[in-house]
Ligand binder design. Structure first.
Ligand code: HEM
Length: 450
């Protein structure tokens, strides 16, 4: 049978950019699926992109024929600064690096990483205790960003870099903003060169590189190395050749893990706290579970599986607000999906946000209902209907790390503080590299009596 062309989304065939998409890219996919089906294309000026929440299309691109697909322009821009780390590399380099780095994230490494996370998270709670109170309101997004960045820095380098950390945070933030902006406004590249914005990021890159190459040199020479991710990277060897990583590759992997490993978790936590303050009954049930299981003490590694409702809450929150809300691939050669023609060079985007709100898999999809993740429930829906961490060989390497981190922080925070949304604010999800609240989330944070 001859292959068909992927249809345009309803009413968008002759639009240079669908107005509805510009106004609200997240809601656009959710509204289009019932009208246009779950695989359609839209024009974005000079190019077209395919958007899908179709499970067969997702499985095809990410698993079955993944070798025919590469990451798109966002990753090319990111690689200018992140180099050739796991997130941005392709082909044999990516395969070699993934195989070398994967053991650092195996489940048996997590208890050690959990200790590092606990220390950092408890330190953060002590600091927050000083700032919490009736009168102050805090931007919870900023707070979560700070603590998750500290955790990943600690896990990577055994330091939170007191002196330099603002500079490093800002560097990673600038890199993401730059890459996102260049992907959506490629014609603005010369303007960023002329107005000095790109030079500013390059200066921060030079600062970071000097710092990291020094740390790598010290680590190579150290007789007793700390038990952290950098040591695992320094000691990792290629299975075939036995060779380790060069300093440049270590640098690229370390900055990649830092960049990929904090904003996503921070957003997951911020959205979870927002949803909990909006659903006091669920908050109450969660706080009761934490009190019953832990009787006031901080969680130990062994406690995590017993905090099962906490886990359900986190998973449901990442359904409604998946931090990696969409990601895509470019076809390297002509292909066919479900009888549709996918010409070489096509951009295929998966809207995880749309998939997680598809009523075929999620009845009453807008409702926040952690019971969807109660034991045994996942058997009631197809596996790929939930994919906050992606799927296939390039699935998130830090997924277990992130789940442990989010669970730990959520428990420690709810044991120590109560949270209340500051009334009157409009909380708008903004789909950049990650899905974050556009203007933050203001909350009154109060100390609970100890
Ligand atoms: C809630 C937290 C997180 C979410 C939602 C998330 C989501 C994702 C997703 C969807 C991908 C796949 C992207 C694609 O296929 O194009 C990915 C890849 C990746 N993530 Fe995460 N992530 C999280 C936390 C972390 C953490 C904590 C780390 C590291 C400490 C990390 C490191 C990475 C890396 C290195 C990749 C690239 C893997 C590869 O291509 O081999 N992530 N993440």
């Amino acid at each position: 049978m001859p292959l068909k062309a992927v249809p345009f989304s309803q009413g968008s065939r002759f639009q240079l950019i669908p107005r509805e998409f510009i106004r609200d890219p997240l809601g656009f996919v959710v509204r289009q699926v019932p009208r246009s089906g779950d695989l359609f294309q839209i024009r974005l000026l000079h190019r077209t992109i395919l958007l899908t929440t179709n499970l067969e299309a997702i499985r095809h691109v990410l698993q079955v024929n993944h070798r025919n697909y590469r990451k798109g322009p966002l990753f090319r821009h990111l690689s200018l600064f992140l180099g050739q780390g796991l997130l941005t590399s392709e082909g044999d380099l990516w395969r070699r690096q993934r195989q070398m780095i994967q053991p650092a994230f195996y489940k048996n490494q997590l208890p050690g990483l959990f200790e590092i996370m606990s220390q950092t998270a408890l330190g953060f709670c002590t600091d927050l205790r000083q700032r919490a109170g009736d009168e102050t309101s805090l931007d919870i997004t900023r707070e979560m960003m700070q603590v998750t960045a500290d955790i990943v820095l600690h896990a990577l380098f055994s330091t939170t870099m007191e002196k330099d950390r603002e500079e490093i945070y800002q560097y990673v933030m600038d890199v993401q903003d730059y890459s996102m902006y260049m992907t959506t406004h490629p014609w603005m590249a010369p303007v960023w060169r002329l107005n000095g914005r790109r030079r500013k990021i390059e200066a921060r890159k030079a600062y970071f590189d000097e710092w990291i190459f020094r740390i790598i040199a010290e680590r190579r020479q150290a007789t007793k190395r700390p038990d952290d991710l950098l040591t695992m990277l320094v000691e990792a060897q290629d299975a075939e050749s036995g060779a380790g990583m060069s300093d440049q590759q270590l640098r690229d992997e370390a900055i990649t893990l830092f960049a990929a490993g904090h904003e996503t978790s921070a957003n997951a936590l911020s959205w979870t706290l927002m949803l909990l303050t909006q659903h006091p009954d669920i908050m109450q049930k969660l706080v009761a579970e934490i009190a019953t299981v832990l009787e006031g003490r901080p969680p130990a590694w062994e406690d995590l599986p017993r905090l099962s409702y906490t886990r359900q809450v986190m998973e449901e929150s990442m359904r409604l607000f998946p931090p990696a809300h969409a990601f895509g691939r470019i076809a390297m050669a002509d292909d066919a999906i479900m009888g549709y023609r996918i010409p070489k060079g096509s951009s295929v985007f998966f809207s995880v946000y749309g998939l997680h709100r598809n009523p075929d898999y999620w009845p009453d999809p807008e409702r926040f209902d952690p019971n969807r993740f109660a034991p045994g429930k996942e058997k009631e829906r197809p596996k790929l209907a939930y994919m906050p961490f992606g799927a296939g060989p390039r699935m998130c390497i830090g997924n277990h790390f992130a789940l442990v981190e989010i669970q730990l922080l959520l428990v420690l925070l709810l044991q120590r503080f109560s949270f209340e949304l500051v009334p009157g604010q409009q909380i708008v999800p903004q789909p950049l590299v990650t899905l974050k609240p556009r203007d933050g989330i203001l909350m009154k944070v109060k100390n609970k009596k100890s």
